[in-house]
Design a protein around this ligand. Structure first.
Ligand code: UDP
Length: 329
């Protein structure tokens, strides 16, 4: 297939592009490089520097590309920023996605894989999280992702768009060969921040709250390796439902606490990694982990990285080799 990938220079997008190319697909990466990195783009992909906010350029790329499918990894992801600058999030995550969907409709492209999030459930009523739990986001970031899922449902009805929304849990890890990985500015995610301590870039890791109703008092999350996410994207695009909007959780099903991540990182790096307990970070639900039964049954998808130590090993290889991330900034 010829696949249009917006955000293919970013963290999850760049790993997915590699997987698509290894799977025999032709990929065009469209990215404005506001958060992505030129060096993260697979050299076998065609790269167009461009913005979803430019419908004329987008139309030209679709005209030339004759795509079979599109994937979207180009959203803003910082929950805290979404609270203080919600319109920035509605503009990029919703209005720009609308531009893309309009372009797809105009060019008859009817397969779409969308990067969604478990944050569409907010503080879930039940655990593990299944896809049919209430959609009740608790911040603007989650609202924008839920809004796009609604657009996908309406588009399925009206013009036959077939889509898969993959609801990521905590995307982590890096390519096995250590050549691409996570490089966010600012970095807010736990694993890269923990690894900044053995890199000598941070004295200690802050633990945001030890008084949660969890086994060790710290928040529990479901850390899913970026290559496992990439595999889910490959399966979804190759067997995208016709004229229907579907949504799948992509997580391991294992809950891992903040302290367990720090312990695993100590084992992997051999560094003591001092930890300091601080106040809770506002808006963090105590426990989130997936029921990934739906994607397993539909696509035969299974996570390959079940042990967080293996996942952290891949992240550590990337960060050790690129202590300041990609060189292009
Ligand atoms: N966390 C932490 N210290 C940090 C960064 C994160 O204790 O410096 C905690 C955070 O409160 C959450 C978990 O680690 O419980 C995962 O946070 P992250 O931002 O990586 O992902 P989120 O689950 O918020 O999407």
């Amino acid at each position: 297939m010829r696949i249009f990938v917006v955000g293919g220079a970013g963290y999850v997008g760049s790993h997915c592009v590699r997987r698509l190319i290894a799977g025999g697909h032709e990929v065009t990466v469209y990215d404005n490089l506001c958060a992505g990195h030129r060096q993260a783009i697979d050299p076998q992909a065609t790269f167009v520097e461009g913005d979803l906010g430019d419908p004329v350029q987008l139309d030209g790329v679709f005209e030339a590309g004759r795509f079979d499918a599109a994937m979207h990894f180009a959203a803003f992801i910082n929950v805290g920023e979404s609270v203080t600058a919600p319109l920035k999030y509605w503009h990029n995550n919703v209005a720009n996605t609308l531009n893309l969907l309009q372009c797809m409709e105009a060019h008859g492209v009817k397969r779409f894989i969308f990067s969604s999030t478990c944050a569409v459930h907010g503080e879930p009523e039940d655990l593990p999280i299944t896809e049919d739990l209430a959609i009740k986001p608790i911040n603007p970031y989650g609202n924008t992702k839920a809004a796009v899922e609604w657009m996908l449902q309406d588009s399925a009805e009206a013009w036959g768009l077939g889509s898969v929304a993959l609801r990521y849990f905590n995307a982590s890890g890096a390519a096995e060969d250590g050549t691409i990985g996570e490089d966010h500015h600012p970095e807010t995610h736990l694993i890269p921040l923990v690894l900044q301590v053995p890199l000598g870039q941070r004295e200690q890791i802050k633990v945001f709250g030890t008084d949660y109703p969890t086994p060790d008092g710290t928040c529990v999350r479901d850390y899913i390796h970026v290559n496992d996410l990439a595999q889910a994207h490959l399966l979804a695009v190759e067997d995208c439902p016709a004229g229907k909007a579907e949504a799948y959780n992509v997580g391991t099903g294992n809950g891992v606490s903040v302290l367990e991540i720090i312990t695993a990182a100590r084992e992997v790096t051999g560094h003591p990694i001092p930890a300091l307990t601080t106040d809770r970070r506002p808006g963090d639900p105590p426990t989130l982990y997936a029921d990934a039964g739906k994607i397993r049954h539909r696509y035969g998808w299974e996570p390959r990285y079940r042990d967080v130590r293996e996942l952290i090993e891949t992240a550590w290889r990337w960060h050790k080799g690129h202590p300041h991330g990609f060189a292009d900034k």
